[in-house]
Design a protein around this ligand. Structure first.
Ligand code: G3P
Length: 216
């Protein structure tokens, strides 16, 4: 399973890269806005693209077909690793098809049902991003969409990869990995929490204490 970081924060990206487990990055307008103090949109993005060898999702910010295609072409010219994040609307679906024909990789975002994901795959999306946390927030079982998409893509041989998004805690990662989702994109804090276990800390402390009793 590939691990993406869901952030536009360059320090978090560098830390995850340093751990040796970073396969890519996803951003959205909200995440970019949190880094607005660091510079212009293009300055923020260029830093990320230089740091991450894998795919980096950048989102279009128009809702109109023509403007989304124009923005996508501009964004994809920023680097070979750019993936265009497109919201799952009717215009968005057409954009995914057009970009696919132009050889530009896409990530269908704001996906909340398996039918939306099926349409994105049919349009030629490279990735589809079901938002599990936001579904959990409204009392639905977000991971069900991931399970269903995995089955649907296998049934019909779609090459579209599932990016489990809107991840809030390590249990989401655990469940996604059992389902066989291709990718989980997570906040840095979730990655940190995956690493931690109180019994590991306790074990290290005991080994260190006992080692002091051994004459060197
Ligand atoms: O990047 C899209 C998604 O992961 C957003 O997550 O926590 O804002 O629902 P969240």
């Amino acid at each position: 399973m590939k691990i993406f970081l869901d952030t536009a924060n360059i320090d978090e990206i560098r830390k995850a890269k340093g751990l040796g487990v970073l396969d890519g990055v996803t951003t959205n307008p909200t995440l970019i806005s949190k880094e607005a103090h660091r510079g212009t949109f293009k300055e923020i993005v260029r830093e990320i693209l230089d740091e991450v060898p894998g795919p980096v999702s950048l989102e279009v910010t128009s809702l109109r077909y023509e403007e989304m295609v124009r923005q996508a072409e501009e964004l994809s010219s920023l680097g070979k690793n750019v993936v265009i994040k497109v919201p799952l609307t009717s215009d968005g679906l057409r954009v995914i098809k057009t970009l696919n024909e132009k050889g530009i990789r896409t990530n269908a975002t704001l996906v909340f049902s398996s039918n939306q994901g099926l349409l994105a795959a049919k349009a030629g999306a490279t990735y589809v991003s079901p938002f599990v946390g936001r579904l959990d927030d409204i009392g639905e079982y977000g991971m069900r969409v991931v399970e269903d998409l995995k089955t649907i893509f296998t049934n019909y041989g779609f090459k579209t990869e599932i990016i489990v998004a809107s991840v809030r805690h390590p249990i989401h990662v655990y469940e996604a990995s059992l389902i066989g989702a291709h990718i989980v994109t997570m906040p840095y804090q979730v990655l940190e929490r995956m690493l931690q276990h109180p019994k590991t800390d306790e074990g290290i402390q005991r080994f260190m204490e006992d080692w002091k009793k051994v004459r060197q």
